[in-house]
Design a protein around this ligand. Structure first.
Ligand SMILES: [Zn+2]
Length: 354
């Protein structure tokens, strides 16, 4: 195709460029690209171009990387006007669990969810996404089949993804008196991990490298030690990122302390789960901070191990949470990435809130 070798110059009110080791904002900047590669970012491109596109009052920027990209409906939003959440069924009632939970969507609906979400991500400037979804309406965990479908959807839409079906050994449920307990089925979780490992082996690098893989055990309080130890071993062997929601709330903090006698981060350290490829949404309820009174080494451990906090400012703010503080985490040398974790996945809004 002739258009493949066309040289295009784009301008807009604002262009994000890079200079002397950091990003800079260029008013009325220019971006020149050809054959899928960026040739130039700056002002006054000296060469010939075949086409000029003025994007007007817009921002041209590198694609955002969303480390916690919601790939289904936002069940949290649905419950906001109806607190407490457990009354709306965001935690399974014991009676429902005893009756045998079931898949509330058809397999093709689960694939469509992701296709729809990927379209939203692209519209919001996200070009690399690590999907996350709720498990409340699932029979137990996510499936390999829907993620194979998700890989095709990502390839078709041109979104770079790191995919891995979520798995877990446990699930919280609510008692008639409002108390929350945990049910564990370790075999089921370990089978989910085996399936996820198989998925990584088959899918890593598919579609010209657009599809990558990860291991995604569900939130920490629903994982047994064995599941996390095996995940860590597999993650190292496969060389893929491992993502685990932790240090995100009071229920988790109390549950992990009750079950394991230490904080979430200390427990992860003891299980050898923390590497420079470990992604930790949300990282607010860590020691020392106002969410975890008293002395504690959580932040020190995360910094030492080089793990990444996935900061989701908007979602955290909705619950009155936040990093305490972003600057102090950075000063400790902690690596921080961003996640939107809600719908729509508005990364600019997240940065403003953050
Ligand atoms: Zn989250």
């Amino acid at each position: 195709m002739h258009s493949a070798s066309k040289r295009t110059l784009m301008t807009a009110a604002w262009v994000v460029g890079h200079e002397a080791g950091k990003h800079i904002l260029m008013p009325r900047g220019e971006v020149v690209y050809q054959d899928g590669a960026i040739l130039y970012v700056g002002h006054g491109f000296p060469g010939e171009v075949d086409e000029r596109i003025d994007c007007g009052q817009a921002l041209i920027a590198p694609g955002f990387i969303d480390l916690d990209a919601l790939s289904d409906l936002d069940t949290t939003i649905l419950s906001f006007d109806n607190h407490p959440a457990w009354r709306k069924g965001r935690v399974w009632p014991k009676s429902y669990m005893d009756a045998g939970p079931y898949e509330m969507y058809q397999p093709e609906e689960l694939v469509f969810q992701k296709r729809h979400a990927f379209g939203q991500l692209i519209r919001n400037g996200v070009t690399t996404a690590l999907p996350i979804a709720s498990l409340y309406y699932r029979e137990w965990a996510e499936t390999v089949e829907e993620f194979e479908g998700a890989a095709d959807a990502a390839a078709e839409l041109g979104l770079r993804v790191y995919l891995g079906p979520a798995y877990r050994t446990g699930n919280p449920y609510v008692l008639p008196d409002g108390g929350i307990e945990l049910f564990f089925d370790e075999q089921r979780g370990l089978q989910g991990l085996d399936d996820a490992i198989g998925f990584c082996g088959r899918m890593e690098g598919r579609h010209g490298g657009l599809v990558r893989t990860m291991l995604a055990p569900d939130r920490i309080e629903t994982c047994t030690a064995q599941l996390l130890r095996r995940t860590s071993a597999a993650g190292r062997e496969l060389g893929v990122p491992m993502r685990l929601h932790c240090s995100q709330g009071e229920f988790e903090r109390k549950t992990v302390t009750r079950l394991h006698g230490m904080s979430s981060v200390e427990w992860l350290e003891s299980l050898d789960f923390l590497t420079d490829r470990t992604l930790l949404p949300h990282g607010t309820h860590v020691s020392p901070s106002r969410f975890a009174p008293g002395p504690g080494r959580d932040l020190e451990i995360i910094a030492e191990r080089g793990a990444v906090i996935v900061h989701c400012p908007l979602v955290a703010a909705r619950f009155g949470n936040g990093l305490e503080s972003f600057a102090s985490y950075r000063a400790r040398g902690i690596r921080i990435g961003l996640g939107t974790d809600t719908s729509p996945p508005d990364m600019l809004l997240n940065m403003q809130i953050g």
